[in-house]
Write a new protein. Structure first.
Length: 433
């Protein structure tokens, strides 16, 4: 009886707490229900249950505005860009270049510094193959962190092995904010590149980007920021950060797949050789050699991802309309709530509790493997990620094989985590814990 009353009290507390929080958000003009209603995918059922989408760090769902832009661009003014002298091509070119301007405004740089790539992975490879092959010498060093996504490790390894360069990884403490002094202590006269995440895709730790970029500048190295999990949670101003490169993927910022952005400082880009050759990136082509266009065209060989770029521009319009800082504040509250809630469940261990943390909650359970957890709660309509999250060195450093990761977006609600908590109780039951 006492147990029943205690449970009832807890349920009432959670419900009331939730209600108050959602109300509070609405009062502050962040109406999460209104936002969520703009995402058709979030209104579907999964296994006869309403979808609870907690996999936004892997890929964000798309608002109707972006879906409409894709449909409309393909339906009314689709054509190849830059080359045609007809109306459709002019319109498509204007929309494509217009998207570049929107992105430049969004991150505060010149549109000449915005390169369209197929994603963040392609962007980092571009830097490695272009800047890296030209500038790195045997004995040089690249500093990364153990918290990198593989996209910010493997391209450097490929180049490092070709050029006789050493990769050094900074450690990270899962429950603490990252101290940039750790990077400082690894700098030597051979440091040429400092590459790091804006936000860890496993721990959610927010890195002190400005401080690390300053360390790079002071030692004459270039700074490369993997902004995939950062740009989605708050304002990014590349001028203020003073980074040399910043990259991200469109599909994580409410845009389509197949599009990414590489920002590079113009004085660095101008000295970089092309990475891919072909149409659109040249000045004059002869049989034996060619001269190249100025950036950004120099780095956009061939027919670009036209509609994807235009749709990313619309995604950014949507984000600006809602307010990126408002989205970030909302997500941080949800993450704090979810972290506390999951951490209070017996047998669940939340991995990563830095005060700056945002966006993701990684956890393990004593009784079950992450793949089993994800599979069981999928039947409750809950979508999470399970595995190494393309961060094997981080897993190795903390002796983990995998974690389960719940991640949020502008549309996430406190109740998503209540449902996740209920799902985990079911996992415990199934495994007899
Ligand atoms: N960096 C981080 C931190 C990520 O989370 C991801 C994707 O999950 C990537 C890089 C790679 O992005 P993409 O696969 O879109 O190129």
């Amino acid at each position: 009886m006492i147990l029943f009353l205690l449970k009832l009290r807890l349920a009432c507390f959670l419900y009331w707490n939730n209600y108050k929080k959602e109300e509070f958000d609405i009062m502050k003009n962040y109406n999460v229900d209104k936002i969520k209603a703009q995402f058709p995918a979030l209104n579907r059922m999964v296994w006869d249950k309403p979808l609870v989408y907690l996999d936004s760090a892997a890929s964000m769902q798309k608002p109707q505005k972006v879906l409409d832009a894709i449909q409309s661009s393909y339906s009314f003014n689709y054509s190849n860009v830059h080359r045609g002298l007809h109306k459709l091509s002019e319109e498509a070119t204007s929309d494509y270049e217009g998207a570049r301007k929107k992105i430049a405004n969004f991150i505060n740089c010149s549109d000449k510094e915005v390169i369209f790539t197929s994603g963040a992975t392609a962007a980092i490879n571009l830097i490695a193959y272009s800047w890296g092959l030209k500038n790195l010498l045997p004995g040089d060093e690249i500093i990364i962190t153990i918290a990198e996504h593989h996209a910010n490790i493997v391209p450097w390894q490929i180049i490092a092995q070709q050029k006789g360069v050493k990769i050094i990884a900074a450690n990270i403490i899962p429950d603490e904010d990252f101290n940039s002094e750790i990077i400082k202590s690894l700098v030597t006269e051979n440091t040429k590149i400092i590459a790091f995440p804006h936000v860890s895709n496993v721990l959610g730790t927010v890195f002190p980007v400005k401080e690390i970029c300053k360390i790079a500048k002071d030692c004459g190295a270039i700074s490369v920021v993997d902004g995939c999990q950062g740009i989605i949670h708050g304002k990014v101003d590349v001028e203020e950060l003073d980074c040399d490169f910043y990259c991200f993927s469109g599909h994580k910022l409410y845009g389509p797949t197949g599009i990414g952005i590489l920002y590079g400082k113009s004085d660095i880009l101008i000295d970089m050789p092309p990475f891919l050759g072909g149409g659109d990136m040249i000045d004059i082509v002869k049989i034996q050699n060619s001269t190249f266009a100025d950036p950004p065209a120099r780095f956009e060989a061939g027919t670009p991802p036209i509609i994807q770029a235009i749709a990313l521009g619309h995604a950014i319009d949507w984000v600006v309309e809602v307010g990126i800082d408002e989205i970030g504040k909302h997500e941080k509250k949800i993450i704090s709530y979810g972290t506390e809630l999951l951490d209070s469940i017996d047998g669940v261990k939340v991995f990563g509790k830095a005060p700056s943390k945002t966006g993701v909650i990684s956890f393990t359970m004593d009784c079950a493997h992450s793949h089993d957890i994800a599979t069981i709660i999928d039947r409750e309509g809950i979508a999470v990620r399970a595995g190494h999250h393309c961060a094997q060195p981080l897993m190795d450093a903390f002796d983990l094989v995998s974690t389960t990761r719940a991640s949020v977006g502008a549309y996430s609600k406190y109740e998503d985590f209540d449902k996740l908590a209920a799902g985990l109780t079911k996992v415990k039951k199934i495994f007899g814990a």
